[in-house]
Design a protein around this ligand. Structure first.
Ligand code: PNS
Length: 166
């Protein structure tokens, strides 16, 4: 980074329940265009997540060890407040298909009304992951289906284990 130039920090928020190849692709690509990327896991008990926030932090840490400029954190409450707290000027979100657009646009516009010093930047997801979501992974895993195309190998047994206990 040039001397005197302010660090460009972005925040990539999500539930990551569990993290998928689509998320990893987004993390790798957005980390390349900023100085630091904060991956922010939403702590939302109302959503009844499959994995605890500690488990999600740990899984994200394991599979992003090759990305040097990344910090993994969790947050409660409003994303825009957390972005301000960590001094991020950019929120990164992925757009898979037109179905994501309306929801994402509304959230981005709301966030900008609340705090216009933080902009949302959208990256289109890589084509091979355009269909992929954590919900799809959970659905397939719940029936014992093959999830090796969706998540890194070291996470597969942990995901199946959540369903065998139920
Ligand atoms: O991976 P997800 O579930 O699509 O991520 C959604 C997330 C965490 C980005 C979104 O739910 C969020 O920002 N939640 C925090 C509350 C908030 O700030 N909502 C938007 C303004 S109404």
């Amino acid at each position: 980074m040039q001397r005197g130039k302010q660090m460009k920090r972005a925040i990539y928020p999500g539930s990551f329940d569990p993290v998928t190849f689509g998320h990893i692709d987004m993390i790798e690509r957005s980390a390349k265009i900023v100085d630091e990327l904060v991956v922010a896991i939403l702590v939302n008990s109302a959503k009844n997540p499959l994995f605890s926030v500690e488990e999600r932090v740990s899984m994200l840490g394991e599979i992003t060890g090759h990305v040097p400029n990344i910090r993994i954190m969790s947050f409660h409450g409003l994303l825009i407040d957390f972005a301000q707290e960590v001094d991020a000027s950019i929120i990164v979100r992925g757009l898979r298909a037109v179905t994501d657009f309306e929801y994402e646009l509304q959230i981005a516009q709301t966030n900008r009304i609340v705090n216009d010093r933080i902009d949302t930047v959208f990256l289109t997801t890589s084509l091979e992951y355009a269909y992929l979501s954590s919900t799809i992974v959970k659905e397939v895993a719940s029936y014992g289906g093959d999830i090796s195309h969706f998540v890194p190998e070291q996470l597969i047994d942990r995901i199946y284990a959540k369903f065998s206990r139920k």
